[in-house]
Unconditional design. Structure first.
Lengths: 216, 216
């Protein structure tokens, strides 16, 4: 049975992992007949956002502990990730990818990427194992893998930041997957477009299917 | 287009709405060609649980604000729910149903039910409109609708509490729906059994399908 490592960045679109993208990634993996384990970095969130008002709350939350809400408690610190134990690595989106896994939301093309995230991506790249990323997460992958080809949909500012990192951005529509077959990187826009939950299910399913096909 | 009201109870299985059940309910509704709006009571959570350790955290969180994480910000206080605007009412599970929507987790068969939850259920019952509930949430419905027939799976203690409320409990397996066609109440066990995310998707889909069939 093929095994995915899924990396979360909190729990909630505005300060963590996008919950629909995360949940539907897990569903897509299970429907493909594969298994998953869930990881997140054991760090403080950049901030906590009230998801009704969009305002910052005077609180601190931990990315690993909040991600455990999506994982129903079955989660490990990303520092313990071992690429030899997995066939694929998958990053759902949400602002957590741009605020907790990296500083993309604040520093754009010059952002730094969390050390454990960088290590996990590089380990999979070296092992020639596939990496999937949804929504804004492809920009984080682009910051780590020089010259990778990805999509985040059609957002001009983010696409320009990705190109400024030395990567190639291809525009895409709902559910479409951009495949970089040299680097084995599979990306899809999800909620970076004005999408419905049906589009997210299609996007997650299509990325997981492309990854499973690459493993045949 | 048929329209569901989905009632959440926070965001995270141990102190709020179960995230997979909530997300996959939304997916099932969209896949059935129906629309949804999301509601939650504007109250403090009973407590906040660290989802890795299971221990209580020294924090307070609001049920409506945390539910907004699953709803991506598009959510209304349950006090504003108007039964005339909807075709069906749906309660995903999670301990939030037993801790925030009611006091079931602490008082069993003698529990009280949040006023807005009670009002919403009674309004739908009076209007002869269907109500769905997953996981532990059927026990909350059983406390409001005298003599209703529901399932929460096979948990003996909870089944006995439901019977002690004057309701009827029928055992069920993964994905099965118990239909009470007099009261138009549709329930399925989801994570009240030792289930996978595939079972949750089946359970949510089967409840939504049964409700859609009842609306024909």
């Amino acid at each position: 049975m093929k095994k995915f490592a899924v990396v979360l960045s909190g729990s909630g679109v505005f300060d963590g992992a996008e919950i629909h993208e995360a949940t539907l990634s897990l569903l897509a993996i299970a429907q493909a007949g594969a298994a998953y384990e869930i990881f997140a970095p054991d760090i403080q969130q950049h901030h906590v956002i009230n998801h009704i008002t969009g305002e910052e709350m005077n609180e601190t939350r931990n990315v690993l502990i909040e991600s455990a809400r999506i994982a129903r408690g079955k989660i490990s610190p990303l520092s313990s990730f071992d690429a030899t134990a997995f066939d694929a690595l998958l990053f759902p989106g949400g602002f957590g990818a741009a605020k907790n896994l990296s500083t993309l939301a604040f520093e754009g093309a010059n952002c730094s990427v969390n050390m454990d995230v960088k290590k996990a991506i590089k380990a999979m790249l070296s092992a020639k194992k596939p990496i999937g990323a949804l929504c804004i997460a492809p920009a984080v992958v682009a910051r780590v893998i020089q010259g990778v080809i990805v999509t985040i949909g059609q957002d001009k500012g983010t696409a320009e930041a990705i190109e400024a990192m030395g990567a190639t951005h291809l525009n895409s529509d709902h559910g479409e997957v951009v495949e970089d077959s040299d680097n084995l990187v599979y990306t899809t826009p999800c909620y970076m477009l004005d999408a419905t939950i049906l589009d997210i299910y299609n996007g997650a399913t299509n990325v997981v299917t492309a990854i499973m096909d690459s493993l045949k």
